[in-house]
Write a protein that binds this ligand. Sequence first.
Ligand code: SAM
Length: 430
Amino acid sequence: MTNHPHLSPLPFKGEEQDPAHSFPTLAPRGRGWGEGLSIARTHVLGWLRETDSARLESLWREADRVRRQHVGDEVHLRGLIELSSYCRRDCHYCGIRSGRKIERYRMTEEEIMECVRTAQKLEYGTVVLQSGEDLGLTTGFITHLVRRIKTETPLAVTLSLGERSPDELKKWREAGADRYLLKHETSDPALFRLIHPHLNPLPSRERKPEEAPSPRRGEGRGEGSSLNERIELLGYARTLDYEIGSGVMVGIPGQSYESLADDIMLFRELDLEMVGCGPFVPHPDTPLGHVVIPSEPREGARFLDSSDSLEMTERGKSRNLAVDSQVPATDTMTTKVVALTRLVCPDANIPSTTALATVNREQGRELGLERGANVWMPNLTPVKYRALYEIYPGKATVTDTAEEFHENLLATLASIGRVPGKGPGGRKRR
Ligand code: SAM
């Protein structure tokens, strides 16, 4: 079992203690770390392992009920603009990792503003400016861009630009950015290290002493420090009054059920405004693209350690990773995570992700929305750039223009009895 230092030690002691994976009861909550809905980790783990379809139906129903009660039938539309495919990181799962020799692009200000105007025309409430971790998108450029969007449109602005410095986050917030999205991908420090090689040299944080978030309890630098840095950065963004978002990939090779349960508990602990979870989709030209995931637990299996990372990445070959209980990267497992996230973070904004719509092209988007999600992030990136932002193969809707896609989106929402959200669609706290 993995133990995240931020989580309360609620060990999984077996199904016999959790016959019904009981549903949570609301506990008093407020703003800040560590408050949320009361649900034991053991129940979360029980649901993640549940295979009985009738019982799963009750999970979907409960998540849908909580979603309706807390955030209603509106589906908030966030127009996604993929600003740049340059990236200084070399994440082992990602198709735009720095190690790949691929054609790269960076959008101009006018190209971006055109997408922003499309968002406004289609009555989306938010634009999400996302990119690889590209320092060519300078502090000044993003500051100017955010200011322009906030001056010229009523749109909310979400930034998802990776691990940028606290000083930059502060400037962008002052320019009007509303939200910062930085997925931690997994709360398991060992797995995080395996899939995220350190930058070399490590990035300087350029923090002024008064800006530096204090270390979280029980942690120093070293073990899992990059994971901590991400979480600290989110905490710092919150002190600037950003709405903050994080999330994980479901079914990363080496991800155990226990670690995924920890992820869900961490969402609650961080009291996130936004939680995005999609399935891991293997990209064949990445180190994790060829890892063979065993479908059944194996005798004598062990959890990953850092020597696995060397084998995966430096020898660059396929190999079996023997993991005690590997989470499958399926639509059902992903929607379990969406549903449980809705239960632990009842008023969060939770997208039904493109990755989910990619692994289940017929129904993935709808399943997410019917099992707890209330956000859809249509892609507004110009079609000529989309294929170059290939974080994984077969990204759904890669060739539809924004307008074509919007028609289908409205029809899909109507077919499941949901309506497009109005206004910026920030988190409404109760
Ligand atoms: N650079 C920013 C960052 O690191 O937060 C944002 C861009 S990053 C490409 C956006 C997200 O893509 C990541 O948070 C990750 O969850 C997702 N992603 C990348 N590769 C993926 C894969 N193979 N399967 C599923 N999701 C993937």
